[in-house]
Design a protein around this ligand. Structure first.
Ligand SMILES: CCCCCCCC/C=C\CCCCCCCC(=O)SCCNC(=O)CCNC(=O)[C@H](O)C(C)(C)COP(=O)(O)OP(=O)(O)OC[C@H]1O[C@@H](n2cnc3c(N)ncnc32)[C@H](O)[C@@H]1OP(=O)(O)O
Length: 238
């Protein structure tokens, strides 16, 4: 497994050290990272192709993914931020956490959503900079991808929401640089609460690595988010 990671690091050039003076041109900003790149292993490509095939009849939809700005439901997001200029600045300067590491070394993933079944699937290859126990993924890295996939499922099925509660059972360690499938579904809705659960399995589905349940709370349109105010983050701003 570690040999597989070393091969991956060589492919992506990560062993050559950090690139200095890197500037983010608009071309870089608009790269859709939810498409195959040279760091993806055979399993990742196979699963990606399978889901692209499933997407041909429209039942599944691939979700594009960028480093800086969310594309899904962006018009709905704006409702909660009173200062449009500040939101634009924030989205162009900050990075989406799972997209913040270099190609191949961190979170390589692609998500697909099924609007009829209220399900989101994420195919995920965790790179060598996500190590926890030697040779295995860090629990926080697994939690990140679980939260991101559950969050996407909640947002696409219910509207703009944030994680209020997340419970994860880590059943088996996930080998670094292997490919796993995160299968999420919306279980029920109670008022503003969206209950979303998932499991994380090996590609052949034989190994159950993790299971999670979560509560997302749809944001209250009467409240607004003030990015500047750390104390009064999400309040009635009248
Ligand atoms: C704006 C962001 C969304 C952008 C979307 C962009 C588009 C997509 C692009 C890319 C997506 C990628 C996907 C990312 C996914 C990652 C998501 C995260 O990691 S979010 C970060 C971690 N979470 C927090 O920081 C929340 C901190 N908490 C809060 O801000 C509040 O507590 C919040 C919003 C969760 C609720 O606050 P209240 O004021 O709106 O709601 P109240 O009145 O307190 O509660 C409403 C109901 O919810 C229950 N509730 C509240 N907190 C609960 C909790 N912790 N557990 C269970 N239930 C809870 C309450 O008991 C109440 O239930 P009853 O209506 O009475 O039945």
């Amino acid at each position: 497994m570690l040999r597989r990671c070393a091969r991956l690091l060589r492919t992506t050039g990560a062993l050559c050290g950090p690139k200095r003076g890197r500037s983010f041109s608009s071309e870089v900003l608009h790269v859709d990272h939810s498409l195959p790149n040279p760091s993806w292993n055979e399993d990742m490509r196979l699963l990606f192709d399978q889901f692209m095939k499933k997407s041909e009849d429209g039942s599944w939809k691939r979700l594009p993914s960028y480093k800086y700005n969310p594309t899904e439901r962006i018009e709905d997001v704006k409702i909660f931020f009173p200062d449009a200029k500040l939101l634009k600045e924030q989205m162009s300067q900050a990075q989406l956490f799972p997209r913040s590491l270099g190609e191949g070394v961190g979170f390589e993933y692609a998500m697909f959503h099924n609007h009829v079944e209220d399900r989101t699937v994420c195919i995920f290859q965790g790179g060598p900079h996500l190590q926890g126990a030697p040779g295995f993924l860090h629990g926080g890295a697994i939690a990140t991808m679980i939260d991101s996939t559950l969050g996407m499922c909640a947002i696409l099925t219910g509207g703009i929401a944030m994680t209020a509660n997340l419970n994860i059972n880590f059943r088996r360690p996930i080998p670094l640089c292997s490919v796993v499938v995160i299968n999420c579904q919306l279980d029920r809705v109670e008022g503003r609460k969206l209950f979303v659960s998932c499991n994380v399995r090996s590609m052949d589905e034989k190994t159950l690595y993790s299971e999670a349940t979560s509560t997302f709370v749809k944001l209250d349109p009467k409240k607004k988010i003030d990015i500047r105010a750390s104390g009064a983050f999400y309040t009635n701003l009248q």
